[in-house]
Design a protein around this ligand. Sequence first.
Ligand code: ADE
Ligand code: ZN
Length: 335
Amino acid sequence: MKEFIKKLPKAELHIHIEGSLEPELMFTLAKRNGVDLPYANIDEVKQAYQFDNLQSFLDIYYQSAAVLITEQDFYDLTWAYLKRCEEETVIHTEIFFDPQTHTDRGIAFATVINGINRALNDAQQQLGISSVLILCFLRHLSAESAMNTLQQALPFKQYIGAVGLDSSEVGHPPEKFQQVFESAIAAGFLTVAHAGEEGPPQYIWDAIDLLKVSRVDHGVRCIEDPKLVEHLRERQMALTVCPLSNTKLKVFENMSEHNILQLLEQGLAVTVNSDDPAYFGGYLNQNYLALHESLGMTKAQAVILAQNSFTASFVTAQQKQKFTKQLRLYAAKEG
Ligand code: ADE
Ligand code: ZN
């Protein structure tokens, strides 16, 4: 199964690039930029990665991002993730970035996006990996700050496919960002939002109705509202589910309690993703493997999950067909 998953052509639709910052690169960049870290060595970093909930993770995650200063830093971070994609047969990836985490520290928006974008272009040229970049607004900050960030993004519009919403969910409902999302849609962006990770099913309804999202990030708490489950199924609204993240942040106590395959069997368009792989114990294939080991995911289910990742991606119909063909050929040979 491990080998089957490794070579399975797939897309990743929920990865925060800042969440792919491995401790080794964190130390390299800290040294390069003269930034003090609260850790003496990599063991201490790994010790610190024990979380009770989303906020306990976010506190450490935002702190670590302080080592990212230059355009080259953002390039190196993104390139390291894309090399992982190559190893894992992730042939298309849709990457979140959090500009406010950096602009609030005095790093220019252009520094962040130019570094990331250069790595994405190199990946297309050298590795054959395609990508879409998604700008996320931090929901613990004000709607005004989000609007200001949207303005800063407009000169780079050709690099950005969609806007999203992440960070502390509970207490920061979708309605807080309705106007920002209206402006983003008017500017031509698609929209997504984290909803129903820690927050209630109502936040999923509101992400769909108020923010007009094309996908829901996480969304696993939909299961508490049968009408919502039916709505998601009928509309084939994709959920970008992140199994290892959900267990590390105690959304589910154990992987054996995760509901992703239950949702899949009910006909929902669920996908598998890594969220913040450097913090949660694995990249995309490790997430697929965990579903096999703890929930008995079969090869046939893995193929459907991979198909869902292509169907729910933000590429052209023609590109989706190309991906699907590659997956079908693989499944016919190895499935
Ligand atoms: N930012 C990075 N990872 C996140 C997550 N799982 N939920 C909300 N915001 C995030
Ligand atoms: Zn996320």
